[in-house]
Design a protein around this ligand. Structure first.
Ligand code: TXA
Ligand code: MG
Length: 344
């Protein structure tokens, strides 16, 4: 921890575990330290970073919460912090432009990981930390992944074992007291709906079904589609590119139970295929290499192992990876978002 705080004070980026994925952290209030993060990741400057706070009282030092958003922000922070929820709010000017890409908003969160918390509390200043991968690649869920992504580019990686959630934090923008989902993650639309209901109940008000449905519409999520297990998220995050989280091997999404045959035209041989199945071995084709996300069909377990299994498939020398769609509710929404971006 001393080594981490020392490197941060020197303006150097440090690889740190969070409960979602590993981050590459630097002092968020020092532009030249943040620049090192962009350089190590080869990240374009138009993509803003998340600021990780040492404590909740930093919230009002880096953001400027409008009165009409206050109750919603308090409710979200009380329920989900420290944890995998990032809020996009109007920023204070102490946050350097390089962190926000010049936007008038800043993304903030408080990590629940004991190692991350110990480092940021000890350091005492907010840390800007994107996922610790090179730009566009799969986010790292182990210290080994960080090493293979950024070897030789950063002075220190702290190993806190595999991360708990395995997908990046949920991002919501709070605007005029209303929520918009910018990135699906461990805090699900259903979880956010509960906060909306609790806020209403605190005012002795019971929302009607239409009001609840309107809440999800504004969030950018079709609640009836969630209930039907169909694609439910329509709004895509600004600053998020369509292709992301991408293995080098081409990845295609397939529906469960569909059969495919892929022929390598050039070499007149059957292609070497990898399978990323949800809960049961896929029978879609003959596979050279197979991974199953969760034999018991648990979406949380599937999310936690998703990126590590994508990496293993990527390293198996395959021509193509066929990833099976997962049920699109709860954490399945975040998993499908990542699989779509990996296949784009
Ligand atoms: O779980 C996580 O959030 C991890 C860990 C390390 O905390 N971090 C992470 O950071 O995923 P990164 O940089 O890989 O993704 C942050 C996303 C980007 O897509 C960026 O465009 C978006 O957050 N973002 C940051 N500031 C924003 C803002 N002011 N408005 C809209 N989107 C913003
Ligand atoms: Mg990232």
């Amino acid at each position: 921890m001393k080594a981490a705080a020392g490197a941060l004070a020197d303006g150097q980026p440090v690889g740190l575990p969070t409960e979602t994925v590993y981050g590459l952290a630097a002092d968020a209030l020092r532009p030249e330290a943040v620049a090192e993060v962009f350089e190590a990741k080869e990240r374009p400057f138009f993509d803003p970073l998340i600021v990780h706070l040492p404590s909740r009282d930093w919230l009002d030092r880096v953001t400027n919460i409008p009165a009409e958003s206050r109750a919603m922000v308090e409710a979200l922070v009380t329920k989900f912090w420290p944890g995998p929820l990032t809020l996009v709010l109007p920023r204070q000017l102490v946050v350097p432009d390089i962190v926000t890409s010049g936007l008038d908003t800043v993304a903030v969160r408080m990590s629940a990981h004991p190692v991350f918390r110990a480092v940021v509390e000890h350091y005492g200043h907010p840390l800007a930390a994107p996922s610790a991968n090179r730009f566009g690649h799969i986010s790292p869920t182990t210290a080994g992944h960080v090493r293979s992504e950024l070897n030789g580019r950063i002075p220190l990686i702290i190993d806190g074992g595999p991360t708990q959630h395995g997908v990046e934090s949920t991002i919501v923008k709070v605007d005029s007291g209303e929520l918009r989902l910018l990135r699906a993650g461990p805090v699900t639309p259903e979880d956010l709906g509960e906060v909306f209901q609790a806020l209403c109940e605190a005012r002795n008000y019971r929302p009607t079904e239409i009001e609840l449905s309107n809440f999800f519409e504004r969030l950018g999520v079709s609640f009836s589609a969630i209930l039907r297990g169909e694609r439910s998220v329509r709004v895509e995050a600004p600053g998020q590119l369509e292709s992301h989280y991408a293995p080098r091997t081409p990845l295609r999404l397939i529906k469960p139970g569909v059969e495919v045959m892929i022929y390598d035209q050039e070499n007149h041989v059957q292609a070497r295929l990898g399978s990323l199945a949800f809960s049961q071995p896929s029978t879609a084709a003959h596979f050279t290499y197979e991974e199953i996300l969760s034999p018991s069909g648990d979406l949380r377990e599937a999310a936690a192992t998703l990126f590590a299994k994508m990496r293993r498939l990527d390293e198996a020398g395959l021509d193509m990876i066929l990833a099976e769609e997962v049920p699109e509710h709860g954490l399945g929404i975040a998993i499908m978002d990542r699989l779509r971006k990996a296949s784009a």
